[in-house]
Structures are given as structure tokens and as C-alpha cells.
Design a protein around this ligand. Structure first.
Ligand SMILES: Cc1cc2nc3c(=O)[nH]c(=O)nc-3n(C[C@H](O)[C@H](O)[C@H](O)COP(=O)(O)OP(=O)(O)OC[C@H]3O[C@@H](n4cnc5c(N)ncnc54)[C@H](O)[C@@H]3O)c2cc1C
Length: 465
């Protein structure tokens, strides 16, 4: 027998539960289906456990640097990896449980703990149950991509999920992929005591960022003893005894690396291949992402896709923002659009990179004059006081409209301080108005007005981008 609802939500990630809460509160009868752990990637295998591990790694790093601050430790720093791991697992488990309890206690909400699969544009099969609703919201997320590199299926490798199960420090961790996820793991495991090599196919790390950022990130990692191999155009794997041989064709360095463990961090793949989307007639792009319009509706009226699976964002806050857009348009009569979103994000190495808006390369592509200001963290009092002076603050602005176009803060507290700029861009505040602010001393944010004062016309034919 078919169970009928006002709407079905597939996936309890970062958009699904909040959307369910708003829809049920408006009086609708909702079914939410989750096949795995409640809270999805962020809570269970992404942001929360990794940031907990990053915090443990930072504690180890600071302990080793104790003498720099006049804090003397008589013993070498030891890592209790079981404790490190269980701390992260506890943070995730508590959060996942909270999401599940929240949903199970929600009035008008029926929770199904199983995989969902479309049977038609308004029907979803969950185990032996057939559910039907005029509206269906897909929030199925993504998973680690396994690249088609020679030998990859002959070796045992880690992904972000299996790394979280490790209760030991690898002797030599080889991270394939020098981008956001790979670099976080690389630095934390170096700080836990592993030898670490990052292998990146592109000529530089974090290629979505400007070259000055890539260079500074590389410098930060190399100073901690992480080996970085860029331009690794041909990567292949062979089983070692023990460990893994990783063949890299780089412009520099020996052609082979021997690792005890391999982490694949080369991108994500949407969880859209086993959803039966063809039965509903939902269109995918060539990479498997669900195609949506500016209000996140698919080509099938009544079916929406939110979060990582629509390819319009790859972050917890973009998934949550997708929920806000859909809820506002359906329930509040708003006309919100994804294309209005000002994208901000962070790279959680230490010091972190906080980013918002356009990169310098993107600004240059516009072909219009622009202003640029860069301030090294060695000239930020708070960073000097903390003896954490790596990185820089950078801002790009439009001299005609006086709008800030983009900014980066690679430095201590950069992930927090960037929000002052993010808010200004969102509010479309002209940059010269920010100069009137009286920021708190001593903070990283207090230098934002100074960075603005230093905005200068950028030379069109040279520079970092
Ligand atoms: C290591 C790592 C670190 C990260 N760190 C950050 C960070 O610091 N900040 C940040 O903003 N983002 C971070 N991210 C990205 C962030 O985790 C994701 O962008 C976010 O979780 C996406 O949320 P979502 O709602 O789209 O999907 P998800 O959170 O992935 O949720 C999707 C849910 O759908 C379920 N599902 C899938 N298919 C089905 C089905 N057929 N039936 C029923 N249920 C199904 C899944 O089990 C899952 O629970 C990180 C990711 C990783 C991997």
C-alpha cells in the first residue's frame, strides 16, 4: 500500500532536517528518509570530526612549540591516537544523535531509516514501503571519488571516511590530492607524527586559489616537514611488501614514493547513481550532479535538489543556504536565488585560509581596473603576539562601484576574521564606509580598515594572478 505525504525529503544531511522542520511546522505531513547516519557527511565524516582532529593536531603542535612561549615540557610530546580518534567520534556521534532525536520527535514527521529510490516522479520506494508525495526534496550529498588511476584497485587505500577510523599514526601517509580535504589531513597527520607526502597533479596546491595563496600554503606545509610533489601528471600504484609504491611522474624528485598508507583526496562524487532518477525523469549533468534552476527545482516540477548533489555548492553552509532558499520561496513567498549567494569558505589548515568572493584571477578576467591590497601577517599585532605570523590578508575592490570583490585571509583566525568582509559584501557596503568602523584591539579584524586604506590600483599586466 502506498503511504501518502505532502512532501518526501531524501537524505538527512545539512538541508533535509531543517527543511523538514519548517515544512512540518507549516502543517505539512513529511516523510524523511536517511539510509545511513543522521547528519550526513558534515556531522559524521566531514567537517565535525575533521575539525576535532585539527584541534588535537594544533594542541600537539603548540605543545611542541612550548619553549617558544617560555613553556617548558620535559618530555617529548606523545600522541594517544585512540583518544584522538574517540574524541572526534564522540563529537560526531553526539551531533548525529541530536539530529535523529530532533527528527523523531518532530510532529507531522515520519522517519524512514533505509535507502530511498525513485519509482516515478511522485513515488519513492523505501524497503518494502512505497511513498508518494507531490513534492520531493533530494538532499543525498556526495562521497569521495576514487580516481581511475592504474593500480588503484590493487592496493588498500583510505578515503576521508576510513581515515576517521584509524587508531594509529601511519608511518608514511601519502595524500593524493593537494586541495582542501587532502591538505587538512596532511597537516594533521604530520602533527600527529607521520611522515607525510602530498602528491598533486597540478603544478601547484589548491589550484582554485590565486598562485600567491598556493605558494604560501605550500611554504607553511613544507616548514612543518611535509613533502609536496606537484605536477605529478601520471600517478599509479603497486602493492609493496609492506605498504604501497606510488609512481609519480613529476618534473622534480624521484619517480617513486614508498608509503605505508595512501589517502585518496581527489574530489567528490554525487550520490545520484543509485537513486533511480531516470524513473522520475530528473536530468543530471555529465558529472552526475542534479541540474537545478536558480530556485533549486529540477527539470521535473515538484522535485528539488539541495546541497552537494546539485553541484551548486560543496559546503555545509551552501547546503543549509539551499534549504533557506527553498523554504523562503515555498513558504514565505520570497524570490530568493542561488545566484545571489556570495560564496565564502575556509581551508582548515593551520593557519586557516578564509575566503570570500572572487579570486584575483577571476577579477582580472573581467578586464576592468581593480584595486588590491595585501598585508603580511607579520604586520598584524595579534599574530605577532601569538607568534603565528605566517600568511597574509588580501583584498580586491572595484574603484568604480567601491564594492569589495573578493578577499582572502590566510593567517591566524582567518576563518573568523573573513566574516567582516563577507558581511560587507553581502550588505553591498562600499569599502570606504568600513573605514569608519572602530574594530576591537587586538584582533586580526582590526586590520581590515587598514587593508582598505592601502587599496591601490593593481597593475594590469603583472601581479600574482
Ligand atoms: C573531510 C571533509 C571535510 C569537510 N569539511 C568541511 C568544512 O569544514 N566546512 C564545510 O562547510 N564543509 C565541509 N565539508 C563538506 C561538507 O561536509 C558537505 O558539503 C556537506 O555535508 C554537504 O551536505 P549535504 O546536505 O549536501 O549532504 P550530506 O551531508 O552528505 O548528506 C546527505 C545524506 O543523504 C543520505 N543519502 C544518500 N543517498 C541516499 C538515499 N538513496 N536514500 C536515503 N538517504 C540517502 C546520506 O547517507 C547522507 O546522510 C567537508 C567534507 C569532507 C569530506
Amino acid at each position: 500500500m502506498t503511504q501518502t505525504f505532502d512532501a518526501i525529503v531524501i537524505g538527512a544531511g545539512q538541508a533535509g532536517p531543517s527543511l523538514t522542520s519548517r515544512l512540518t511546522a507549516s502543517g505539512m505531513k513529511i516523510a524523511i528518509v536517511e539510509r545511513d547516519k543522521f547528519g550526513g557527511t558534515c556531522v559524521n565524516t566531514g567537517c565535525m570530526p575533521t575539525k576535532t582532529l585539527v584541534a588535537s593536531a594544533y594542541a600537539a603542535h603548540l605543545a611542541r612549540r612550548g619553549a617558544d612561549y617560555g613553556v617548558v615540557l620535559d618530555q617529548p610530546v606523545k600522541i594517544d591516537m585512540r583518544k584522538v580518534r574517540s574524541r572526534a567520534a564522540t563529537v560526531s556521534a553526539n551531533s548525529s544523535r541530536n539530529v535523529e532525536n530532533w527528527l523523531r520527535g518532530m510532529k507531522n514527521c515520519t522517519v524512514f531509516h533505509d535507502a530511498a529510490r525513485f519509482e516515478g516522479p511522485k513515488e519513492v520506494r523505501v524497503g518494502s514501503e512505497l511513498l508518494s508525495a507531490p513534492r520531493i526534496f533530494i538532499n543525498v550529498g556526495a562521497r569521495a571519488a576514487v580516481p581511475d588511476m592504474p593500480g588503484v584497485h590493487e592496493i588498500s587505500y583510505h578515503t576521508n571516511s576510513s581515515m576517521l577510523e584509524l587508531e594509529r599514526v601511519p608511518q608514511h601517509l601519502v595524500v593524493i590530492g593537494g586541495s582542501y580535504i587532502g591538505l587538512e589531513f596532511a597537516q594533521m597527520y604530520r602533527r600527529f607524527g607521520a611522515e607525510v607526502t602530498v602528491v598533486e597533479m597540478a603544478p601547484r596546491l589548491v589550484t582554485r586559489e590565486d598562485p600567491d595563496i598556493s605558494d604560501a600554503v605550500r611554504d607553511i606545509l613544507e616548514r612543518e616537514g611535509i613533502h609536496v610533489r606537484t605536477s605529478a601528471e601520471c600517478i599509479s600504484f603497486a602493492k609493496g611488501n609492506p605498504g604501497v609504491h606510488i609512481h609519480v611522474s613529476c618534473t622534480q624528485g624521484p619517480p617513486e614514493i614508498m608509503g605505508s598508507d595512501v589517502l585518496l583526496a581527489v574530489g567528490r562524487r554525487p550520490n545520484t547513481d543509485d537513486l533511480g532518477l531516470d524513473r522520475a525523469g530528473v536530468a543530471l549533468d555529465p558529472r552526475g550532479y542534479i541540474m537545478v534552476d536558480d530556485g533549486l527545482q529540477t527539470n521535473v516540477p515538484g522535485i528539488y535538489a539541495l546541497g552537494d548533489c546539485n553541484g551548486r555548492g560543496a559546503f555545509t553552509h551552501t547546503s543549509y543556504n539551499d534549504y533557506e532558499i527553498v523554504a523562503a520561496n515555498l513558504l514565505d513567498g520570497d524570490k530568493r536565488r542561488v545566484s545571489d549567494r556570495v560564496l565564502g569558505y575556509a581551508l582548515y589548515i593551520d593557519p586557516p585560509l578564509g575566503r570570500v568572493g572572487l579570486t584575483e584571477a577571476q577579477v582580472r578576467k573581467r578586464g576592468l581596473p581593480y584595486l588590491c591590497s595585501v598585508r603580511p601577517m607579520t604586520r598584524v599585532g595579534r599574530a605577532v603576539e601569538k607568534d603565528e605570523t605566517f600568511g597574509f590578508m588580501k583584498m580586491l575592490a572595484d574603484p568604480a562601484s567601491k564594492q569589495i570583490l573578493g578577499a582572502a585571509i590566510l593567517g591566524v583566525n582567518g576563518d573568523e576574521a573573513i566574516h567582516g568582509i563577507l558581511d560587507a559584501i553581502n550588505a553591498k557596503t562600499p569599502y570606504d564606509q568600513l573605514r569608519w568602523a572602530v574594530p576591537i584591539h587586538p584582533t586580526v579584524s582590526e586590520l581590515i580598515p587598514t587593508v582598505i586604506l592601502d587599496l591601490k590600483p593593481a597593475p594590469v599586466s603583472s601581479g600574482s594572478a
